[in-house]
Structure formats: structure tokens, C-alpha cells
Design a protein around this ligand. Structure first.
Ligand SMILES: [Zn+2]
Ligand SMILES: [Zn+2]
Length: 171
């Protein structure tokens, strides 16, 4: 670009950054930044959430509502009950009518579990059963890393059962 980019918000300063939505130039003072781990548990992020820098108007119109939505579903996801495949005694009578939820390329079992819970919450389920989390080692030259994948069936269990279990667990 030959012309010097002026900030889309203040129109004054030289603007070295670019808004992740409208691609306008934005200066450091006016830019809104997202934390790198924002939206960590969304399995497939909408493209607009992949940027880390936004101008003020895009942040307010496009990103802030997404954050609010995300936090709301995340709160629901934290209440999703997880039963792994060994817990057949508890899950024996639960319905397995739904297609399994799947996540891949997760950092660790905790992230894989939360991503599954987020997917379940997104579809208004309150439990996942037969959860199976796998860690795969990947060799990249001399460097070894691992990634996690997970699968489980979303289902709904009654609130009275959840309450009873909570009391039994003492929290
Ligand atoms: Zn500015
Ligand atoms: Zn923008």
C-alpha cells in the first residue's frame, strides 16, 4: 500500500493493525484485542473469531455478542454430566438415540471433554454418555507431540436425577 493507513476509528494515528472483520486499518489505541484462548472450547470457530484484533465498531457489533453467547453456552457446558464408557451401571438405562458428538485435534483430555460438553450444551443436552477420549502420539521429526480426540452420545437426563447425584457426591 502506498498511502499511509489511517485508523478507521480515530482517523488520526498511523494504524499498523487490521480489523479481523472489516479489514480496516486500526491503531493500537483503538483496537480491541481478543485473548488467544478466547473461544477455546468452540470446536469449529466461525471465521470472524479467528482474528485477534478488531476495530471498535466490529467488536461491538460482531464480537461482543459472540462472547456473550459463548459464555452463556459455556456455563451450560460446565453443568453437562460426563459419563465414560466404564460407567455402564449409571448409563445403562439412558437413551442413546442421538448421533455421537465428536471432537478432534484437542490439546489434552480436559479440552476434548469441554469441547464435547460445549457441543452438547449447544444442542440443549445435559449429559454425554459412553465418552471415550483418546490421546494419539504424533511424531514430527525428532519432536513428539500428542493430540486428543473424543466421542460420546449426547442425551438428556432428568433434573431430579442430577440433584440426587449431586447430593451423593456432596457438592
Ligand atoms: Zn485509532
Ligand atoms: Zn472492523
Amino acid at each position: 500500500m502506498s498511502e499511509q493507513s489511517l485508523c478507521v476509528t480515530c482517523q488520526k494515528s498511523n494504524a499498523p493493525l487490521e480489523c479481523g472483520v472489516c479489514k480496516s486499518a486500526v491503531c493500537k489505541n483503538c483496537a480491541d484485542f481478543l485473548a488467544e484462548d478466547a473461544f477455546q472450547y468452540i470446536d469449529e470457530r466461525p471465521v470472524i473469531l479467528n482474528g485477534l484484533v478488531y476495530c471498535q465498531s466490529c467488536y461491538l457489533s460482531a464480537i461482543a455478542p459472540e462472547i456473550e453467547n459463548y459464555n452463556q453456552i459455556l456455563a451450560q457446558a460446565e453443568d453437562v454430566r460426563i459419563f465414560d464408557r466404564s460407567q455402564t451401571k449409571e448409563t445403562r438405562l439412558m437413551k442413546r438415540n442421538e448421533k455421537p458428538l465428536q471432537v478432534k485435534n484437542c490439546l489434552d483430555p480436559q479440552e476434548a471433554t469441554m469441547k464435547l460438553a460445549y457441543l452438547a450444551a449447544l444442542k440443549n443436552f445435559n449429559a454425554i454418555i459412553d465418552v471415550d477420549i483418546k490421546t494419539t502420539k504424533i511424531r514430527d521429526g525428532s519432536y513428539q507431540t500428542s493430540e486428543c480426540s473424543g466421542i460420546g452420545f449426547p442425551t438428556n437426563i432428568s433434573n431430579t436425577k442430577i440433584e440426587r447425584d449431586r447430593k451423593v457426591r456432596g457438592n
